[in-house]
Ligand binder design. Structure first.
Ligand SMILES: [Mn+2]
Length: 422
């Protein structure tokens, strides 16, 4: 096969090429022996794919990382200025440098690789595939680069972008016509991050991503060796949907049924929807899923719920934690651009400190933010909230790196005015 480079505009991308092959309609004979409809009668669950199409393999679309020519491996700063306000610069996650290949992650000693996974065929409400791109431009007020340091309004001068090596690891290649065909590609991309020694932070996309994301992490750390703290209005453990094992409503079921994460290592916070029903809840209790409905958070308050969850995680003996944030856990008044919004959800002032506290108090080995659907929000606030939620989790991880593991930590200087801090 001819190796074509991604040189549509006369420039290869960062000196690398992808083995995909471009061709025009008249270059490919697509006549089949049997008609497609006959093939579907024989195999009604799938529309057949052309076996001779070299571009059937999504992995061919990743740039070739085996033969890096023209540059040393490592993160690449693609900005033309040293820093600025958020509206300045080429959109990357938090304006961080770009990494293309696992070799870049290793060479750059990258701590956290943020990657997009723009899939939305796992949900009946399309649009979450636009979140990675729009989250990259979703933070209107923070500063980046060396321009002005960012402080956090509670924990003070802790800026995760200065404490960690954080990169934008681009997007997973997806087939926009098939969720089934995209999952392995996402798993491949996340696996590359984990094996390079970095923490993956996946920006979805819909929640079916949780399956390839978490499996990539448990493949590395071992089945039953990672606890999942899962913020969601929904329990996401539906057995099947029209025969589909994997939709945005079912990744938890797959992870538990297949033993990647046993039910007793699942903490679900913020449930608030018409499902689960009584039978589902019976199944959840039988599987020891630790769930917290919104009514429990209302009664106890977020501080007590967070304390309980952290005590339970510690008692499990599992050190490694994966955070799955489905932003529909939030009350849609704060973030209406969601895959499946549920009125009556959590407030931002409950969610943010819980995210930060969990990330500070546990060893986070993977994160995801899913179900943001910015194109159904006529304002920018859904993605603004999403970016801030990401920042809270990264801030918690940075606190821990600085030796601060108290989930309720307040920097004395940022504390109440009469607390004696000078
Ligand atoms: Mn979900």
């Amino acid at each position: 096969m001819k190796t074509a480079s991604l040189s549509l505009f006369g420039a290869t991308i960062l000196g690398l090429s992808a083995p995909y092959q471009a061709y025009a309609a008249d270059e490919f004979d697509t006549k089949t022996e049997k008609t497609v409809i006959d093939m579907m009668r024989e195999s009604p669950d799938s529309i057949p794919l052309e076996p001779r199409d070299p571009n059937r393999d999504l992995l061919n679309f990743y740039v070739d990382c085996e033969n890096i020519e023209g540059r040393e491996p490592g993160p690449i700063n693609i900005q033309s200025t040293a820093g600025g306000y958020a509206q300045l610069g080429i959109p990357t996650f938090f304006r961080q440098p770009v990494a293309v290949c696992p070799q870049d992650l290793v060479a750059g000693e990258v701590d956290i690789a943020i990657m997009g996974a723009p899939i939305d065929l796992g949900t009946a409400q399309r649009g979450t595939s636009y979140a990675p791109g729009l989250i990259r431009v979703g933070e209107p007020l923070a500063f980046w680069g060396d321009f002005i340091p960012n402080a956090h309004p509670t924990v003070g001068d802790i800026d995760p972008m200065r404490i960690f090596n954080v990169v934008d690891y681009g997007d997973a290649v997806i087939d926009p016509f098939s969720n089934e065909r995209s999952i392995l590609s996402v798993h491949h991309r996340v696996t590359g991050i984990v094996e390079a020694g970095a923490v993956p932070f996946v920006v979805g996309g819909d929640h079916s991503l949780m399956y390839p994301d978490v499996v990539a992490v448990t493949d590395f750390y071992g089945k039953g060796k990672v606890a999942v703290v899962h913020f969601d209005a929904h329990y996401d453990a539906t057995a099947l949907a029209f025969g589909h094992y994997l939709t945005h409503g079912g990744p938890v079921r797959r992870l538990i049924d297949e033993g990647h994460v046993p039910g007793e290592l699942f903490w679900q916070i913020g449930l608030n929807s018409a499902k689960p029903d009584g039978k589902d809840l019976t199944w959840m209790r039988q599987n020891n899923i630790r769930f917290r409905y919104m009514h429990e958070i209302d009664r106890k308050g977020w501080r007590e719920v967070l304390t309980e969850v952290l005590e339970e995680v510690a008692a499990s003996g599992i050190e490694n934690v994966y955070i799955s944030l489905d932003t529909d856990v939030l009350e849609p008044a704060f973030a209406p651009g969601m895959g499946t919004p549920e009125p009556g959800g959590m407030t931002i002032r409950e969610l943010f400190p819980m995210l930060r506290g969990i990330a500070a108090a546990t060893n986070v080995v993977g994160l995801e933010i899913v179900e943001v659907n910015p194109i159904v929000d006529t304002t920018y606030r859904s993605r603004q909230v999403a970016v801030r939620a990401m920042r809270e989790m990264l801030t918690g991880m940075a606190m821990r790196k600085q030796g601060i593991t108290d989930p309720f930590y307040v920097d004395p200087l940022w504390g109440e005015w009469d607390n004696g801090a000078q």
